[in-house]
Design a protein around this ligand. Structure first.
Ligand SMILES: [Zn+2]
Ligand SMILES: [Zn+2]
Length: 403
């Protein structure tokens, strides 16, 4: 999942990376799976078998203050800035915890959890509960008490888990997996109950992001799409966002501006305005003939024979969902409020009804120029960190576009 790291490279400032209002700070280093600690210019990063804490020096460049070698490969991490607690998920199934000193120059081992058989896929420390939530290659979702180190509960998932979020207020865990499903679990101290499952993706879930204020969950998938699940609304609304050409790799939410930041493996970063009223995409209707010109579709032998007509292929208008033939749906349009930032097939009458105003984009598109494997947004600084398959970490000043 993460690229192997064998050597260090520091790239210097590269002004070519400025793009579409992005101004970049470039302390670029080889790495994988990093996060930034808020309020400080101290991004904290790891590589495959080492943990490195990068401090911004007076020179403006980042140099490691800590270089800690682990007994096995690191597979995921969670950092809590308030307690400076670093929870590292390992390839061998354990979670190792460290406490960082105030000046970020020292790291003290705190405890180790024997959490999983096989790779830890996601780890999440929840300070309010003093819980360490984790999922593993063994398809177990577990939670441990971070005070005593004991395991509190366990739930068997149906597939590998690749996304995990937690709502502190209601103690719901959101678990996204390789089958494309999102499971909601209600956690008690030592047990959990299955609340519901959502299935909307055709590819595995690659990222989850929970907004506790609006009570919406965003899921990103290998099927290139993002779905916004309106959980708080209680109406089961699910809005699709189509703005990536490749697998979605990360999702972050900027609550103060109601913008969603998503990234994909082709390096695309999309910033979505979620402060607009979006529409659900329609269900696709079934018909044996075009719902516009009434010509039969190719499986409708009776009508083809009766009217001596050649059967046509069925298409669907993305706006109204009607089953239409190719001739009645020759035009294409973006439908930003339905999440279609790229042009999609629409029927002729829908094409006429879409105004230029309707076509105003609700997202901006940016190129990070590396294949993103991990992303972290720090709202207080307005910084976005992307980590690439090229083993480079880039820090982006998002204030020009997320404000
Ligand atoms: Zn037709
Ligand atoms: Zn239509």
């Amino acid at each position: 999942m993460f690229p192997a790291t064998h050597s260090i490279e520091i790239a210097c400032n590269d002004n070519d990376l400025n793009h579409d209002g992005f101004s970049t700070l470039i302390p670029s280093t080889i790495n994988s799976n990093p996060t930034i600690t808020p309020g400080e210019t101290k991004p904290q990063l790891i590589s495959e078998e080492t943990i490195r804490i990068w401090l911004k020096r007076d020179s403006g460049q980042y140099w490691p203050s800590i270089y800690h070698t682990m007994p096995d490969s690191c597979s995921c991490m969670s950092f809590n800035p308030e307690t400076r607690r670093l929870s590292m998920g390992m390839e061998n199934g354990t979670i190792s915890e460290f406490i960082l000193s105030e000046d970020y120059n020292k790291m003290t081992p705190a405890q180790t959890y024997q959490a999983h058989q096989g790779r830890v896929t996601v780890v999440l420390f929840v300070l309010e509960m003093e819980w360490v939530l984790s999922t593993g290659q063994d398809k177990n979702f577990t939670w441990h008490c971070s005070e005593s180190g004991t395991q509190l509960g366990l739930y068997r998932t149906t597939a590998w888990v690749s996304g995990l979020q937690f709502d502190v207020e209601t103690r719901h865990a959101f678990v996204g997996d390789y089958s494309g499903q999102v499971t909601i679990l209600k956690l008690e101290l030592d047990s959990c109950s299955l609340v519901t499952t959502f299935k909307g993706h055709t590819g595995n879930v690659t990222a989850l992001c929970w907004d506790p204020v609006q009570r919406v969950l965003f899921s990103g998938s290998a099927d290139h799409s993002i779905i916004m699940w309106d959980i708080g609304g209680g109406k089961g609304t699910a809005i699709e966002l189509q703005g990536h050409n490749e697998k979605v790799q990360g999702l972050c939410y900027a609550p103060h501006t109601r913008q969603l930041i998503s990234c994909s493996s082709d390096g695309g970063i999309v910033i979505w305005n979620m402060d607009v009223t979006r529409q659900e995409t329609p269900e696709w209707l079934d018909s044996d003939s075009c719902q516009k010109c009434e010509q039969p579709f190719f499986w409708n032998f009776k009508q083809m024979w009766d009217s001596k007509k050649i059967g046509l292929r069925q298409h669907h208008c993305r706006k109204c969902g009607q089953a239409v033939c190719g001739k009645c749906s020759a035009k294409r349009s973006t439908i930003p409020l339905m999440g279609f930032e790229f042009e999609v097939r629409v029927c002729d009458s829908c094409h006429e009804s879409i105004t230029d105003e309707d076509r105003a984009p609700t997202a901006t598109f940016h190129d990070s120029k590396h294949s993103i494997v991990y992303m972290h947004y720090e709202p207080t600084m307005g910084w976005l960190l992307t980590s690439g398959a090229d083993k480079v970490v880039k820090l982006w000043d998002m204030t020009p576009v997320v404000s």
